[in-house]
Design a protein around this ligand. Structure first.
Ligand code: ADP
Ligand code: MG
Length: 567
C-alpha cells in the first residue's frame, strides 16, 4: 500500500486513499496529528510524537523538535549518547507514521508520497527522500505541500479559475497559485518564506508579555533553557486563546510562583505587525511570476495551523480584499492531498480524471563568464537555464562558447537559486568537457537541463563539432549515499530501541505528568507525584483494562490541574 505523508515542521500526519477518498489515519494515541518531535528516554529508548513533545520542557537536552528547518544540512544534535541529523530524526517520525498506518489498516505499507515545502532546494528534497528510505519506505514521489493542499481542495470543487493556496504552519510559509481545469491541477507559481510560522508569532508574544510579566526581575535567576521553554509554552497557549477571544492571560509557573500578565488581541496584532508585513512579499511574487492579477483569483484557500489566527485572517482579508475560503481543514489538507497523489500512483480508477502538473520551485542554471569590456572577464555569474515556476517535467537548453583562445576545457558549474552571482546560489555539481583547441568563441557546447517531477535534474552537454557528449544526473558527492550506506544507516536506526507502540499512550501521559511535576510545587507537586505512583502501580499489574481506566483518570486529573491541553 502507498500512503500520503505530510512531514511537517511542527506536526506530521499520514493519510490513505480508500473507497474513493482520502482518509487521515490516527496514531497510537488516537490523534490525527503527530508532533514532529523525538526524545531519548532515560532508558535510552526513542520516543516519537506527543510523548516526545511532552518532554521538551522537562528534558530539553534529550528532546528535539523543528528539525525540518535544518534538513539537508550537516547539522547534528546529540540526544543521549548518539548524534542525529535531521534526516535521521525525520526517518524516526516517518517510521512511526508507517507503523500507525499498518496498525490501523492491518496492511503492510511499502510506498509513500511525502510532501515538502515548495521552497525546499535540491539538497533538502534528497535528504527527505533518504529519510523515507531509512524508514523503510519506497518514496514514490515528493510533492510540494501547497500542491498537495491544492489537490485536496481541487478534488472537492473543480474550479476553472486560478486560486491561491496560503499555507502558514509552525515554521514555514508557502504561497501557490493553482488552476484546476478539466480535472488537471496545475501549479502556476509557488513562493514562500521558510523562516516564518507560528513559532515566530510566539516570539513576538513573548516579547510583548515580558514587558509587564516580571517587574521585580525574578525570572533572571531561572535556567535560560528551561525558562525559554516555559515562555514558549505560555506564548503558544496565549496565542491560541486569542484565536477565540479578544483578550487572555499570559501566564507561567516558575519556582512555585505564578507570573501572569494580560494580553489583548489588539496589542498582539500590533506586536505581530512586522511578521504580518512579511506575508505580503511571497504573495506578490507568486502573482507576478504567474502573471495573474489578484482580482482574477477565484479563491484564497487557507492551509496550516497558523492561519487559524484572526490577525492572519484579517491581514489576508486586507491584502486580498475578500474573505479567505476555509472549506478545507487547514491542519489536514496537505496529508489528504498527499494521499490523493498516492491513490493516483496506485492507479485508482476513481482518479483517472485527475492529473497533476507541478512547477520547478527554483531557477536552475550554470556558472558563466562575461566579457567585462576591458579585455578581461567577469566570472562567477549565473546563467539561468530553467526558470523558477516552469511547469515540470521540463527540458531546456542553452548554447555557450569558449571565451579564450585555445581553451582546453569548458567547465559547467551547476547551480540552483535566484542570485545573479553563483556564490549566492546552491552548488549542485559540475561537468567538464575537453574541447578542441580553437580561437575564442569558435567552439560551442549545448547544455541541456531536464528536470523531472520528483526533483531529479539531468544535465547533458554536447559539443557537436567534436562529437562529444557528457551526462550527469545531479547528486553531489557530499550528499549522496550509496544503497549500501543507506542500508547501513537504516540498520543503525532499526537497532535503536523504540518504545513499543502499544505503550505509547502510557508513555505520553507519564511524560506529561512528569512535566507537571516539574512545573508545579508544594501541594500540587505532591499530588502529581502521588498520581504517578498510583499509575505506575497499575502499570505493573499489566491488566490492560485497569491500565486504561487508570490512564483516563490520570488524564482527567492533569487536565484539571493544567486547564486545556495546548501542546
Ligand atoms: P507545520 O506545517 O509547520 O507542521 P501546522 O500546519 O501543523 O505546522 O501548524 C502548526 C502551527 O499552527 C503551530 O505554530 C500552532 O501554534 C498553530 N496553531 C494550531 N492551532 C492554532 C490555533 N487554534 N490558533 C493559533 N495557532 C494555531
Ligand atoms: Mg504544514
Amino acid at each position: 500500500m502507498i500512503i500520503g505523508i505530510d512531514l511537517g515542521t511542527t506536526n506530521s500526519a499520514a493519510a490513505i486513499w480508500r473507497d474513493g477518498q482520502s482518509v487521515l489515519v490516527p496514531n497510537a494515541l488516537g490523534d490525527l496529528l503527530t508532533p514532529s518531535a523525538v526524545s531519548i528516554a532515560d532508558d535510552g529508548s526513542v520516543l516519537v510524537g506527543m510523548a516526545a513533545r511532552e518532554r521538551q520542557s522537562t528534558h530539553p537536552r534529550d528532546t528535539v523538535t523543528a528539525f525540518k528547518r535544518y534538513i539537508g544540512t550537516q547539522q547534528t544534535v546529540k540526544l543521549g549518547k548518539r548524534s542525529f541529523d535531521a534526516e535521521d530524526l525525520s526517518a524516526l517520525v516517518l517510521r512511526s507514521l508507517k507503523a500507525d498506518v499498518e496498525a490501523f489498516t492491518g496492511e503492510a505499507v511499502t510506498g509513500a508520497v511525502i510532501t515538502v515545502p515548495a521552497y525546499f532546494n535540491d539538497r533538502q528534497r534528497k535528504a527527505t527522500r533518504r529519510a523515507g528510505e531509512m524508514a523503510g519506505l519506497d518514496v514514490r514521489r515528493l510533492v510540494n505541500e501547497p500542491t498537495a493542499a491544492a489537490l485536496a481542495y481541487g478534488i472537492q470543487s473543480r474550479e476553472q479559475e486560478p486560486f491561491l493556496v496560503f499555507d502558514l504552519g509552525g515554521g514555514t510559509f508557502d504561497v501557490s497559485i493553482v488552476e484546476v481545469f478539466d480535472g488537471i491541477v496545475e501549479v502556476r507559481a509557488s513562493s514562500g518564506d521558510n523562516r516564518l510560522g507560528g513559532e515566530d508569532f510566539n516570539e513576538r508574544m513573548v516579547e510583548l508579555a515580558r514587558r509587564t510579566l516580571d517587574p521585580a526581575g525574578k525570572l533572571a535567576k531561572a535556567d535560560p533553557v528551561a525558562l525559554g521553554e516555559l515562555l514558549r509554552a505560555a506564548a503558544e497557549r496565549a496565542r491560541r486563546a486569542l484565536t477565540d477571544a479578544d483578550s487572555t492571560e499570559f501566564s507561567l509557573v516558575w519556582n512555585g510562583e505564578v507570573f501572569a500578565t494580560p494580553v489583548t488581541a489588539d496589542a498582539f496584532e500590533e506586536a505581530a505587525q512586522p511578521l504580518l508585513q512579511r506575508l505580503r512579499d511571497p504573495v506578490l511574487r507568486s502573482l507576478r511570476d504567474s502573471d495573474i492579477r489578484v482580482d482574477a483569483l477565484s479563491e484564497i484557500v487557507l492551509v496550516g495551523g497558523s492561519t487559524r489566527m484572526p490577525v492572519v485572517r484579517r491581514a489576508m482579508t486586507r491584502m486580498f480584499g475578500r474573505f479567505p475560503n476555509t472549506s478545507v481543514h487547514p491542519d489536514h489538507a496537505v496529508a489528504l492531498g498527499a494521499a490523493v497523489q498516492a491513490g493516483l500512483l496506485a492507479r485508482d480508477s476513481a482518479l483517472d480524471e485527475v492529473r497533476l502538473t507541478d512547477v520547478c520551485p527554483f531557477t536552475l542554471g550554470i556558472e558563466h563568464a562575461e566579457a567585462d569590456g576591458r579585455g578581461g572577464y567577469r566570472t562567477g555569474l549565473f546563467s539561468p537555464i530553467i526558470d523558477r515556476n516552469t511547469p515540470i517535467p521540463t527540458s531546456r537548453s542553452k548554447v555557450y562558447s569558449t571565451i579564450a583562445d585555445n581553451q582546453r576545457e569548458i567547465r559547467f558549474g551547476i547551480y540552483q537559486g535566484e542570485s545573479r552571482e553563483v556564490a549566492g546560489n546552491v552548488r549542485l555539481g559540475e561537468l567538464r568537457v575537453q574541447v578542441p583547441l580553437k580561437p575564442a568563441g569558435q567552439v560551442s557546447a549545448e547544455c541541456r537541463f531536464t528536470y523531472d517531477s520528483s526533483g531529479l535534474l539531468e544535465v547533458d552537454i554536447s559539443v557537436p563539432s567534436a562529437n562529444i557528449t557528457r551526462n550527469l544526473v545531479i547528486m553531489d558527492e557530499t550528499d549522496t549515499l550509496t544503497e549500501a550506506q543507506i542500508a547501513e544507516r537504516r540498520a543503525a536506526l532499526a537497532a535503536l530501541k523504540v518504545h513499543p507502540r502499544e505503550e505509547s499512550e502510557n508513555v505520553a501521559v507519564l511524560a506529561r505528568a512528569q512535566r507537571c511535576y516539574e512545573n508545579f510545587l508544594g501541594v500540587q507537586r505532591e499530588q502529581v507525584s502521588h498520581w504517578i505512583t498510583l499509575f505506575e502501580q497499575v502499570l505493573e499489574r499489566q491488566d490492560p483494562r485497569a491500565i486504561k481506566e487508570a490512564r483516563d483518570q490520570l488524564v482527567l486529573s492533569l487536565d484539571s490541574l493544567e486547564g486545556e491541553r495546548f501542546l
